[in-house]
Design a binder for this molecule. Structure first.
Ligand code: ZN
Length: 331
């Protein structure tokens, strides 16, 4: 579906069949010189068809079009090949370029052995782990190539027609996550960093990651900006930027408190067991009925919170070769 939001900003809503977020937004910023597409969609024929149909309806010349990726997740970056073959520059945060480059081009990690062993150590059974990797959208709908990726960093500028957009590095949801900001019109494209409903999940499997610390710092960074219109990666645009910043910060502090409360019974548990006991905004009811993709993202989000709490000396981690368990730090 193509919608005009402003005379030079359009949105194409691309379905994500079977995904709990349902759709992803691709924004088209047009000008007489070059156009910029903010995020794409899964690398699937039906997603490509909707995106290309919308661009054709707008009369977009692909040879005068670049792409800005808020981050490298498959629902945002999957269709970059469509534009790279027309010599588009694909702007993306450096850390996300390194991630996707490793993912696509490192044959030693093809079948995800590292992630498999991490998922097992956090409590996934072999059956659920295989199902989780099989269903993972990064496994199914990533772009096929990494050509034309052009690294961007905080405060880089991208000029489209009469408008100069700023890149704002917002690591957390991914390490290279970057927002795009139009300071003249006070419009923010926050990708998945800030949504109108729900808090985006964090995805951390490694025990030395600091996703939540990065994410909270990035929320504070955004508070320095004046924003009148938010055009997020999923769902409708919204105006209550400061309210959503506060609510999202509060959500993570409440989640940390919920984990500490669970662990206060003194029983050590792995991240899978803790996730099963936490509250989730989930239409499927109890944990056992969650789709595997939902369990997968929930456990990765819980690990991000546990590592944050460990770094605050509030929980302790007991890793052994088979399993990582967590308990309350003794005061
Ligand atoms: Zn994402």
């Amino acid at each position: 579906m193509l919608e005009e939001l402003l005379p030079d900003i359009f949105r194409i809503t691309i379905p994500l069949p079977g995904h709990p977020l349902r759709t992803v937004n691709s924004y088209i910023i047009t000008s007489k010189e070059r156009n910029l597409i903010v995020d794409t969609g899964w690398n699937r024929f039906d997603c490509a068809e909707i995106l290309l149909d919308g661009l054709a309806e707008l009369g977009i010349n692909l040879s005068r079009t670049d792409v800005f990726l808020t981050h490298i997740h498959a629902d945002h970056a999957g269709l970059i090949d469509l534009f790279a073959k027309h010599h588009a520059k694909i702007f993306c945060g450096q850390a996300d370029i390194e991630y996707i480059d490793h993912f696509i081009n490192t044959s030693a990690d093809k079948n995800w052995p590292t992630l498999r062993s991490l998922a097992a150590s956090h409590g996934f059974s072999p059956e659920e782990m295989s199902a989780g990797i099989e269903a993972h959208s990064g496994n199914r709908y990533n772009p096929s190539h990494t050509s034309n990726l052009f690294p961007i960093k905080d405060q880089d500028k991208i000029i489209i027609g009469n408008h100069t957009f700023s890149c704002i590095a917002t690591p957390g949801h991914t390490l290279g996550h970057t927002c795009l900001y139009d300071p003249a019109r006070k419009i923010l494209f926050p990708g998945d960093h800030l949504l109108g409903q729900l808090s985006p999940t964090l995805s951390q499997w490694s025990l030395d990651g600091k996703c939540l610390a990065h994410y909270l710092t990035s929320l504070e960074t955004l508070a320095d900006y004046t924003v009148d219109l938010v055009l997020p990666g999923h769902w409708e645009e919204f105006l209550h930027f400061r309210v959503r910043l506060k609510e999202t910060l509060a959500f993570h502090h409440e989640r940390n408190a919920e984990i500490l409360e669970l662990l206060s019974d003194g029983k050590a548990r792995n991240a899978y067991q803790l996730s099963a006991a936490l509250s989730w905004n989930q239409k499927h009811g109890e944990w056992i009925f969650f789709p595997i993709t939902r369990k997968w993202s929930a456990v990765a989000d819980t690990i991000a919170h546990l590592c944050y709490l460990r770094d605050q000396n509030l929980v302790t981690m007991k890793p052994n070769q088979q399993e990582v368990t967590w308990g309350l730090a003794s005061s």
